[in-house]
Write a protein that binds this ligand. Structure first.
Ligand SMILES: *[C@@H]1O[C@H](CO)[C@@H](O)[C@H](O)[C@H]1NC(C)=O
Ligand SMILES: *[C@@H]1O[C@H](CO)[C@@H](O)[C@H](O)[C@H]1NC(C)=O
Ligand SMILES: *[C@@H]1O[C@H](CO)[C@@H](O)[C@H](O)[C@H]1NC(C)=O
Ligand SMILES: *[C@@H]1O[C@H](CO)[C@@H](O)[C@H](O)[C@H]1NC(C)=O
Ligand SMILES: *[C@@H]1O[C@H](CO)[C@@H](O)[C@H](O)[C@H]1NC(C)=O
Ligand SMILES: *[C@@H]1O[C@H](CO)[C@@H](O)[C@H](O)[C@H]1NC(C)=O
Ligand SMILES: *[C@@H]1O[C@H](CO)[C@@H](O)[C@H](O)[C@H]1NC(C)=O
Ligand SMILES: [Cu+2]
Length: 825
């Protein structure tokens, strides 16, 4: 079920998750109306408050939301719609465009393609059809000047398996729309490996790997698995074990080595097999495409290695063999309410409402958003999910792109399963696993939703309401000051765009927040099931968290690309550090121990990789040296950790080799190039020594003063799961973020522009004088809804999942022909 088939647990856990969801029937419901009311526009573009106060502030507003007393429940908050200044150059291909590309690909005899449904391990098939990103100059000339929209191409990945040298091929198809001029060409320019856009496929024989290899090996020790765990794993419907192992496969010495591990099966409907390890492992050499050439290399149990099955069996049935107890499913591993209910917990908790409808404006067609002087376009890809482009504040571009690049989960352990695990999650993709969000839980009840779509198996699947947007009031003001005569205080209302991707066992929640002071934050939170280890011999690698369970230590490192454009593309990175200082001043008789600031620029890519300074003493500021403010200071944006961040603890990872050099520091700055568009490739795990993108090759000493710069920033967590990670990791603390704030960019704090502040003057014995700056009428009198819990509950019954549009053969009049929702197959 994984988009790229694989033996690894991410794919297996993901299909279990999907099937589990199906079992609960959540995908079986008819498609509902979206929760938020996109299409509702004010009658003839009029509409009380909206028209009067906001219309002239929001450019190109085509119609206000309905803001009348008819709107009684805040759960049906209206969304203000606008038209994007230009059609989104990062928009996905339309259904028709994708269908035409797929049809064209199948018509090409030279590509020799078979439909995925009919493809065997020895047929070529299509993995991906997606919109190719535009080069920056083309996109900027289109957005800023009157240049034509960038020429459209489709980015296609083929799985060429009709050959002994199975490989994936990245190609470009275009220009679009398809006509006689359309051609395909290998896509190579964004990759550091110059191999015609191809990378070997280590998973081509995944079905044989199970049917001809893993299950027969497991069956050969059924006497032992039954005795140890009363369970078998033979590839039958009544299997009570699952078997999956390391990712990436070991690729040393030109050999491909696989470690497989045994996991107990959930006994309930829960997706908890990753917390049920059993502590038995086997090693195989699975080099090449001929299963008859694969070799079995031994068993590992309780830290004792047995080279043959005979040796293992003899030892097992001999006296004194130490048998460790299995991890067995139970309520401890299952989510849902347990334990004493605190009495007041039965009362409804507080909620926020948006009484006047949305104060942000969205073009749902073009996925373009505006809020309080900010604007941006939304893009969405299979590999890395949602990305933001052309982020502007008060009309000036701050960032051309802000996007996730990769998420790494690097484990360690005394056993080869944990030691050999270093998931590179874009292999599975974030896009396909961005499921429908749960209103009132993932996002406030008053949020607005967007859909996301992705390609799989000649179909286009849509996840309804998988991106949410909302305004929220922080639990603290953004500004305050009290004196004996007055208090001045401003609300901290901010705007969030969010989505969640459940990649196998883990749920990543990505939030991009925008604040009234002009700052922006990116945060990731993690929840879901940990991947745990069998406890025996693993005490140096985790806490014991259940009877035979270790919370396997791992590093999460998530790489983000921040392509800043501070007042143009001529930017530099300045480090401003607080340093201890001892000096004698003209006014001091003796030297004084004190501190001062040191300023320095990163001159070239030779100095381009570094970590957050000790004691947070170094400010990282991206400035335009040619844009000084009236005091001569550089205008810029500062980058600072918001919550904890992390880079990879492991040095020179034996699992990853050259596949994740991006994970080695907190911050890397490079000169932006079309040829260095992404820090990594989703297929880097297929060839870890010579991956398609080896990030270390980006650092080739180029000048970084007055250049177009990209910051590659790592968020992450060093995760040593403890008992509180059972049954699921909690997002209170599994949280990492970075923020971007104006640094001498404006001459004053921008949040003072909001009317949502008060100045209360008070005197002895006199009534206080309250200055409300006009906000009171607007926010209170003109509130158009009242809180109501019921619709939120009702909406959950309409949770639907995804929608599929058949791509080949494609019949626009019958788009659902021969398709099923995810999980139905
Ligand atoms: C609020 O609504 C009242 C009554 O409809 C209207 O007269 C007033 O102008 C509105 N105030 C604002 C700030 O739009
Ligand atoms: C085309 O693919 C088929 C398998 O689908 C394979 O048998 C055949 O050899 C391939 N033809 C060429 C020319 O590669
Ligand atoms: C984008 O830039 C790359 C690298 O310079 C170039 O090879 C490619 O042709 C460009 N793409 C388009 C559509 O111009
Ligand atoms: C062993 O498993 C079988 C079926 O999986 C079950 O019926 C039986 O009760 C189990 N035996 C024990 C001792 O748990
Ligand atoms: C599982 O199914 C196989 C084949 O249908 C059967 O031979 C075996 O007895 C079953 N095992 C259990 C534990 O039910
Ligand atoms: C999301 O998809 C549903 C079902 O196709 C559609 O009714 C709705 O308008 C879409 N929402 C947006 C914001 O495009
Ligand atoms: C920016 O300033 C630097 C020196 O401060 C100068 O060398 C460079 O030419 C300037 N660039 C532009 C585009 O004005
Ligand atoms: Cu974790």
């Amino acid at each position: 079920m994984g988009l790229l088939d694989s033996v690894s647990p991410r794919a297996i856990a993901t299909s279990a998750l999907l099937l589990g969801s199906l079992a609960q029937g959540v995908f079986a419901r008819p498609s509902p109306e979206p929760k938020s009311d996109w299409v509702r526009k004010g009658p003839g573009g009029s509409g009380g408050y909206f028209k009067k106060k906001v219309h002239d502030q929001i450019r190109r507003a085509v119609g206000g939301a309905k803001r009348t007393a008819e709107l009684e429940s805040c759960a049906e908050t209206t969304t203000t719609t606008i038209t994007a200044p230009k059609p989104n150059p990062w928009a996905p291909l339309s259904n028709e465009e994708t269908a035409s590309v797929v049809e064209w690909l199948f018509s090409r005899g030279d590509l020799n393609l078979t439909t995925t449904e009919d493809a065997t391990a020895w047929d070529n098939s299509i993995v991906l059809v997606e919109s190719m990103w535009p080069n920056k100059t083309d996109a900027v000339n289109y957005l800023d000047a009157n240049a034509a929209a960038p020429t459209k191409y489709a980015h296609v990945i083929l799985n060429n398996r009709a050959t002994v040298d199975a490989h994936y091929a990245d190609i470009l198809v275009g220009p679009l729309p398809i006509d006689s001029a359309t051609t395909w060409s290998p896509l190579e320019f964004p990759y550091t490996k110059k191999s015609g856009g191809t990378v070997r496929n280590l998973d081509a024989d995944q079905s044989a790997l199970y049917s001809e290899w893993i299950y027969p090996i497991s069956a050969s020790i059924a006497d032992i698995t039954l005795d140890l765990w009363n369970a078998t794993g033979m590839g039958l419907d009544n299997d009570t074990l699952s078997i999956w192992g390391i990712d990436p496969l070991w690729q040393d010495d030109g050999r491909v080595t696989m470690w497989s591990a045994f996991w107990n099966s959930p006994t309930g409907d829960f997706d908890d097999s990753t917390v049920l390890p059993l502590g038995l492992y086997f090693r195989s050499d699975v080099t090449g495409r001929d299963p008859s050439q694969w070799t079995f290399e031994g068993w590992l149990y309780n830290d004792i290695f047995y080279e043959t099955t005979e040796e293992f069996r003899a030892a097992y049935w001999s006296e004194g063999f130490v048998k460790n107890s299995p991890n067995v499913d139970g309520q401890w591993a299952q989510t849902g309410q347990v334990g004493k209910v605190e009495p007041l917990d039965l009362l409804p908790p507080p909620v926020q409402v948006a009484p006047a409808g949305s104060r942000y404006a969205v073009d749902p067609e073009q996925q373009y958003v505006e809020w309080m002087g900010f604007s941006f376009y939304v893009g969405f890809t299979r590999d890395a999910g949602m990305a933001l482009y052309d982020i502007r504040y008060q009309g000036e571009r701050i960032m051309y792109e802000l996007s996730l690049q990769e998420a790494l989960a690097h484990y360690a352990g005394n056993d080869p399963m944990q030691s050999g695990t270093a998931y590179l999650d874009t292999f599975y993709g974030f896009g396909p696993y961005a499921f429908e969000l749960v209103p009132g839980y993932d996002c406030p009840a008053h949020a607005t939703y967007l859909n996301s779509s992705f390609y799989v198996d000649e179909t286009c699947r849509t996840h309804i309401n998988s991106i949410c947007l909302f305004e929220f009031e922080a639990d603290h003001p953004i500004q305050r000051h009290s004196t004996s005569k007055y208090v001045s205080i401003t609300k901290n209302t901010y705007f969030v765009i969010r989505y969640v991707a459940t990649v196998g066992n883990y749920d990543y929640m990505f939030s991009y927040s925008f604040f009234l002071d002009g700052s922006i934050a990116v945060e990731v939170r993690a929840s879901g099931y940990i991947q745990s280890a069998y406890f025996a011999n693993n005490h140096d690698y985790g806490f014991q968290i259940h009877d035979s369970l270790s919370g396997s230590m791992h590093d999460h490192v998530l790489n983000f690309k921040a392509d800043f454009d501070i007042l143009g593309t001529s930017n530099s990175l300045e480090l401003v550090s607080l340093v201890p200082h001892t000096t004698t001043y003209s006014w001091s008789k003796t030297p004084r121990n004190t501190m001062k600031i040191d300023r320095k620029f990163i001159e070239s890519e030779d100095e381009g990789q570094f970590n957050w300074g000790a004691n947070s003493a170094t400010q990282v500021i991206i400035v335009n040296e040619n844009a000084t403010n009236k005091y001569g200071e550089y205008r810029g944006y500062r980058v600072l950790p918001y919550t904890g961040t992390a880079h990879l603890t492991v040095k020179g990872s034996s699992n990853l080799n050259n596949a994740a050099h991006w994970a080695e520091h907190d911050i890397v700055v490079t000169k932006r190039k079309d040829t260095e568009y992404r820090s990594t490739h989703p297929l880097n795990n297929q060839d870890t020594f010579e991956p398609p993108i080896d990030f270390s090759k980006f650092l080739d000493g180029e000048n970084l003063r007055d250049e177009d710069l990209v910051l590659w920033l790592n968020l992450g967590m060093h995760h040593i799961p403890h008992t509180g990670d059972l049954p699921n990791t909690v997002q209170t603390t599994a949280h990492s973020g970075v923020q971007f704030m104006p640094s001498n960019y404006f001459l004053e704090d921008q949040s003072r522009r909001t009317v949502n502040q008060v100045h209360i003057s008070y005197g002895e014995g006199e009534a206080a004088v309250v200055e409300r700056f006009g906000q009171f009428e607007a926010s209170s009198e003109n509130a158009t809804c009242k809180p109501n819990y019921e619709p939120v509950e009702e909406n959950l019954e309409a949770y639907v999942g995804d929608i599929v549009v058949r791509k080949f053969p494609f019949d626009p009049n019958n788009p659902f022909y021969q398709t099923d929702a995810i999980g139905k197959k």
